[in-house]
Design a protein. Structure first.
Length: 453
């Protein structure tokens, strides 16, 4: 991929795509691309000198097919004019996952996979390696709040990658060490059923270097028969290879704990962000770092100074009278974990949740499970489905979740009415969930909440 002058991205505004675009731009290549919708990510790319356009316009594609490499996301429809053009005119091209696999080749790849938890865990791992003084390059699935970017670059040939199971993308990676955080049923439009999801994670684990390691969350189902690397288990507080003990809650929602690992313990660790789930993520990230060779004593500072990831249990307002949290949760189990953490941090508070379902297929497949998870709130504001790459499915709307939610205080409203609706509510602890464009409301919600203080 180094024999080209220009790298052109179709779907450049995606979190994974933008990191790769930044990588080639930092290496001195010409980089440009298309995305359907302007966003904070695309504006950041433009500010860095990368040309982005928002119309399906083949004239914006570099004309030199021989020296232009096209990278695209599978979320882009095949009938997009630009996709048809580059295919018919012989442009060399590949999916985002293949590009990341090529970049990782020849480096020591430390990969974090799982149906949830991988973004926070991989970002924390990158921070641990950076603070330790070793440094790493990192392609992250979210914006690190420590570094305000989804790309870290280092001369050290160690690469931290978020290994995405969507479209079987993670099978392009052959890591030295890999973590598997969860293998829940998800992306059933790709996998058909849970058994095929688990099978794919087994295949991913089988690609880990034989002299490396696979670290699997305790209780998570992964076929072990084809894994050649050494297998370890990690957990929140269950005794295994890597786990937390002596867990003491702190006043701000964080925890003091002892990290247990093969051959030793590290007392008085704490993660810089609240929530019990982040102790679990810290155990996973520390496990990779330790097996990679990071000295245990160097982990404390990295854990304590971690500021988290934007849109991952992101606390925007926190006062005794009103709070606002935003979270990327778009799977029932992620929503349950977030609500559990909120109740732990804000005991006795009334939690009002805003939820925007993501994808028609996911809504269809998990409607009852979503309803069960959302029924753990005190009140619910449900929005219509964000379709992303999908066409509507007859009979699949947010109503099939709404009708099953058991709490009485629930409404289903168009997103255009959200801000006006909030102004009519007596808010205590507000949380927004979803992987769609609900993030466009974060700033106006935060501004409104702060006006009430």
């Amino acid at each position: 991929m180094a024999d080209y002058n220009h790298y052109y991205f179709i779907g450049i505004g995606g979190i994974g795509m933008s990191a790769i675009a930044r990588y080639f731009h930092h290496r001195g290549f010409e980089v440009s691309g298309y995305d359907r919708t302007p966003s904070a990510l695309t504006h950041a790319l433009e500010n860095e000198g990368i040309a982005v356009h928002y119309e399906d316009d083949v004239t914006a594609i570099p004309g030199d097919a021989e020296h232009t490499f096209v990278i695209y996301t599978p979320a882009i429809p095949e009938d997009l004019g630009e996709m048809r053009f580059v295919r018919s005119h012989g442009y060399p091209m590949c999916k985002r996952s293949k590009a990341l696999g090529e970049i990782a080749r020849g480096q020591e790849c430390l990969a974090v996979s799982g149906t949830h938890g991988k973004t926070t865990t991989s970002t924390l791992l990158a921070h641990l390696l950076t603070v330790s003084g070793e440094g790493c390059s990192a392609f992250l699935g979210g914006i690190s709040k420590n570094y305000d970017t989804n790309l870290l670059l280092s001369k050290n040939p160690v690469l931290v990658a978020e290994a995405d199971e969507f479209d079987r993308s993670f099978l392009q990676l052959h890591p030295h060490i890999a973590v598997i955080t969860a293998t829940d049923a998800d992306h059933l439009d790709i996998y058909n059923d849970h058994a095929h999801v688990v099978e794919a994670f087994g295949e991913f684990a089988s690609q880990v270097d034989p002299d490396g390691a696979v670290i699997i969350k305790s209780g998570v189902e992964v076929p072990l028969d084809k894994i050649r690397a050494k297998v370890f288990r990690y957990a929140y507080d269950t005794s295994c290879d890597f786990f937390a003990s002596d867990i003491v809650p702190l006043p701000d929602g964080r925890f003091d704990f002892t990290l247990n690992y093969p051959g030793g313990t590290l007392a008085h660790c704490s993660v810089g962000i609240p929530g019990w789930v982040n102790v679990e993520n810290a155990v996973a990230a520390s496990a990779i770092a330790l097996l990679h060779g990071t000295e245990p004593e160097k982990l404390r500072e990295g854990l304590a100074t971690f500021q988290g990831v934007k849109r991952r249990f992101d606390i925007h307002v926190n006062t005794p009278h009103i709070a606002y949290i935003d979270d990327y949760a778009h799977h029932p189990n992620e929503i349950r974990a977030a609500i559990s953490s909120i109740r732990n941090i804000f005991p006795g508070r009334k939690i009002c949740g805003i939820f925007q379902p993501h994808l028609y297929t996911r809504t269809r497949d998990f409607a009852a499970d979503f309803a069960d998870a959302l029924s753990g709130l005190d009140s619910l504001i449900l929005l219509p489905i964000y379709p992303a790459r999908e066409e509507p499915i007859p009979g699949v709307t947010s109503d099939i979740i709404f009708d099953r939610v058991t709490i009485e205080d629930k409404v289903l409203i168009p997103k255009e009415e959200l801000m006006e609706h909030l102004k009519g509510r007596d808010l205590d602890c507000l949380v927004s969930f979803g992987a769609g464009d609900v993030d466009r409301f974060i700033e106006p919600i935060e501004t409104y909440i702060k006006s009430l203080i």
